[in-house]
Design a protein around this ligand. Structure first.
Ligand code: ADP
Ligand code: ZN
Length: 210
C-alpha cells in the first residue's frame, strides 16, 4: 500500500499519517521531518535546505527528491509507505511517476485557512524524534515532554503566524493543483478535517476502505 496525504500545513497530515502507519504496519515518510533531520545533522543537503525551510519556502525539488530517494531505498519501505509532505507540487508528482512509484490512494485532508491559523498556534514537535503534538487536540501525557522518547517539545520557527500565512499561500498556489492531478488519475479521496482529531481519523480510515 502506497499512500499520499495531501493537505495544507497544519491540516493534521502528520498525525493521521502516524495513525495509518501504526494500523498498516508501514512507515510514514514525512519529507518535512527528513529535511529537519538533515539540517540538524548538518549534511550537505541539509545545509542547502536550511534557509528555505526557515523562511517557509519550498526546498528546491532536486534536494528534496534526493533525500526522498535515499529514504525510500531503506528496506522498511518494501511493503509500502505513507508519504506526508511529498509531493508538494506537480513537478514532484511527475518525478514520483517517473521513478515508477505507483500510488494507490491520495487522501486530501481539507481544513479552512482560518482554522489552520488558529490551530498552528498550539502546535509542538519533539526536538528529538520529531513526533507531533497539539496543546488542544493531541496533548502529551506530561507537559512539554514527548510520549514516545521523552524529548523536549518545541515550537517550530516556521510555525510563527507570519510564516504560516506565507506557507498557506504557497500551498494554494503550488500544492493544491495536485488535487486535480490525482483526481484525474482516479486516486483522490477527500476527507473534511474535523474539530476532533479522532473524528478526522475515523473519516481517514474510512477513505482507506472506500
Ligand atoms: P507541515 O507538516 O507543516 O506541512 P512539513 O513539515 O511537511 O510542514 O514541511 C516543513 C518545510 O519543509 C516546508 O515548509 C518546506 O520548506 C520543506 N518541505 C517539506 N516537504 C517538502 C517538499 N516535498 N518539497 C519542498 N519543500 C518541502
Ligand atoms: Zn520524541
Amino acid at each position: 500500500m502506497k499512500l499520499i496525504l495531501l493537505g495544507a500545513p497544519g491540516a493534521g497530515k502528520g498525525t493521521q499519517a502516524e495513525i495509518i502507519c501504526d494500523r498498516l504496519g508501514i512507515p510514514a515518510i514525512g519529507t518535512g521531518n527528513i529535511i529537519r533531520e538533515a539540517i540538524k545533522s548538518g549534511t550537505d543537503l541539509g545545509l542547502k535546505a536550511q534557509s528555505y525551510v526557515e523562511s517557509g519556502a519550498l526546498v528546491p525539488d532536486d534536494i528534496v527528491v534526493s533525500m526522498l530517494k535515499e529514504r525510500l531505498s531503506d528496506p522498511d519501505c518494501d511493503h509500502g509507505y505513507v508519504l506526508d509532505g511529498f509531493p508538494r507540487n506537480v513537478a514532484q508528482a511527475r518525478t514520483l511517476d517517473k521513478m515508477g512509484v505507483v500510488i494507490d490512494r491520495v487522501i486530501d485532508i481539507e481544513v479552512s485557512d482560518e482554522d489552520i491559523i488558529r490551530r498552528m498556534s498550539g502546535r509542538r514537535v519533539c526536538g528529538s524524534c520529531g513526533s507531533s503534538y497539539h496543546l488542544q487536540y493531541k496533548a502529551p501525557a506530561k507537559d512539554n515532554v514527548c510520549d514516545r522518547c521523552g524529548g523536549d517539545l518545541i515550537i517550530r520557527s516556521d510555525d510563527k503566524p507570519e510564516t504560516v500565512r506565507e506557507r498557506l499561500e504557497i500551498y494554494h498556489d503550488q500544492t493544491e493543483p495536485l488535487k486535480d492531478y490525482y483526481h484525474a488519475a482516479g486516486k483522490l479521496y477527500i476527507v473534511e478535517g474535523q474539530e476532533e482529531l479522532s473524528d478526522t481519523t475515523r473519516l481517514t480510515l474510512a477513505a482507506l476502505e472506500a
